[in-house]
Ligand binder design. Structure first.
Ligand SMILES: *[C@@H]1O[C@H](CO)[C@@H](O)[C@H](O)[C@H]1NC(C)=O
Ligand SMILES: *[C@@H]1O[C@H](CO)[C@@H](O)[C@H](O)[C@H]1NC(C)=O
Ligand SMILES: *[C@@H]1O[C@H](CO)[C@@H](O)[C@H](O)[C@H]1NC(C)=O
Ligand SMILES: *[C@@H]1O[C@H](CO)[C@@H](O)[C@H](O)[C@H]1NC(C)=O
Ligand SMILES: *[C@@H]1O[C@H](CO)[C@@H](O)[C@H](O)[C@H]1NC(C)=O
Length: 351
């Protein structure tokens, strides 16, 4: 079978993503897709790129800087965020020349044929690799220095994806703050992001917020479904009304930054999504909910509604993720965040 699955189903997904690319023509907001590779039969880079093209996906994030993928993405017009994997971050954060070699091999060798637009230095480092926290800002700075030396720092932005779990007391958003024990890292990091014109990279998972809330967060509020006005969440300090978890977390991040006196660092959401299948403890990981979440998320982002704190300020977002990753460890949901299976057949047709 071809990677598109049946023509009818592929066609409908296509329509939505054509809308995505049309809306990105002015480049002030986009929907991208994360490409995880923990599949037992990971498609060849040329097949991955064929799927991206067929679906009009114009922005991707890779979790590494795989040479095969970067070559396949050359001359496609697709914009690419590459990543320094967590395993390499200690080396890079401790050595300017290791960082310079990384940039020369993984960026300079491919740019401009491959349109690398951002480098994500590590992934959830503060929450999953706490011993690297103290070198994280050095890693950002060393990668940046190497880009400056190659005259690529205007085209390529450097940042590091953060888990939204480092934002404490995130509702009401106006009272949110970052876990204070991370301030010694976050303050120099935000100073770096501000001075380089980069953005805060944030992973937002309303699915987990909902699951961990023990019934406090209504499912409809996590899924961007329309709520009766008396069910909207109101921030008692600002009187702003929140109709979904995603906006509340984005605003919590703006307020947490403002609390540290950073008011002009934009946010990009590096991961968000919903699993389409789970085990018996995860009854809301369903095809229907995954479809509702991702369809509503795409509409919400591309409509440039912004958030209650910053109406009209769009927050570009990478959906997690392109493929179901069947070799991921953990609960069944971990393997089922994808929009497609390894053949490129859609898991569901976006509403
Ligand atoms: C990369 O994409 C950006 C945004 O569309 C565009 O401005 C830039 O010219 C592209 N760069 C290359 C090298 O194609
Ligand atoms: C790191 O290397 C860059 C060149 O890649 C250089 O401009 C910069 O000064 C160096 N920084 C340190 C701290 O050695
Ligand atoms: C805050 O961060 C520290 C250091 O990573 C961690 O040990 C602590 O559990 C975090 N606190 C909360 C409430 O998440
Ligand atoms: C933020 O700025 C205010 C006013 O200048 C200052 O009092 C406060 O200490 C600053 N907070 C931080 C975290 O730097
Ligand atoms: C799109 O944005 C307009 C205002 O700019 C708003 O009235 C409308 O509800 C939004 N639609 C969606 C689906 O978010």
């Amino acid at each position: 079978m071809g990677f598109l699955g049946s023509k009818a189903t592929a066609g409908r997904l296509l329509l939505l993503l054509i809308a995505v690319s049309a809306a990105t023509a002015d480049e002030d907001v986009f929907i991208g897709v994360n490409i995880g590779t923990d599949l037992s039969d990971m498609p060849h880079p040329t097949q991955v790129v064929a799927l991206l093209k067929a679906q009009q996906i114009r922005h991707v994030r890779l979790y590494d800087a795989d040479r095969g993928m970067l070559v396949a993405l050359a001359n496609t017009g697709i914009q690419v965020m590459i990543s320094v994997p967590n395993e390499q971050i200690l080396g890079i954060g401790q050595s300017n020349s290791t960082a310079a070699n990384w940039v020369s091999q993984n960026v300079v060798a491919h740019y401009p044929a491959t349109n690398i637009t951002a480098i994500a230095v590590g992934s959830d480092v503060l929450t999953t690799l706490p011993n690297a926290a103290k070198i994280l800002v050095n890693a950002l700075k060393y990668i940046q220095s190497a880009l400056v030396a190659s005259n690529l720092d205007r085209q390529i932005k450097v940042s590091t994806p953060l888990s939204s779990s480092i934002i404490l007391d995130s509702f009401p958003p106006s009272q949110a703050f970052f876990n204070r024990s991370l301030n010694p890292v976050l303050v120099p990091m935000l100073t770096f992001l501000q001075s380089t014109g980069s953005f805060l990279m944030l992973n937002i998972y309303p699915y987990y917020d909902y699951m961990q809330s023990n019934g406090v967060i209504p499912l409809d509020y996590a899924l961007f479904k329309s709520l009766p006005p008396n069910k909207e969440a109101v921030d008692s300090n600002t009187l702003l009304h929140y109709t979904n978890v995603f906006d509340a977390v984005v605003d919590a991040a703006y307020y947490a930054m403002a609390f540290l006196n950073f008011t002009n660092v934009p946010i990009i959401v590096t991961e968000s999504g919903w699993p389409s299948k789970g085990d018996s403890n995860e009854p809301d990981a369903t095809l229907e909910n995954a479809n509702t979440y991702n369809s509503n998320l795409i509409r919400h982002v591309l409509n440039k509604t912004g958030t209650p704190k910053h109406p009209g300020l769009a927050v570009s977002t990478f959906i997690y993720e392109l493929y179901n990753e069947d070799t991921k460890p953990g609960p069944i949901s971990e393997k089922n965040w994808g929009l497609f299976d390894a053949n490129g057949t859609p898991i569901y047709i976006l509403h």
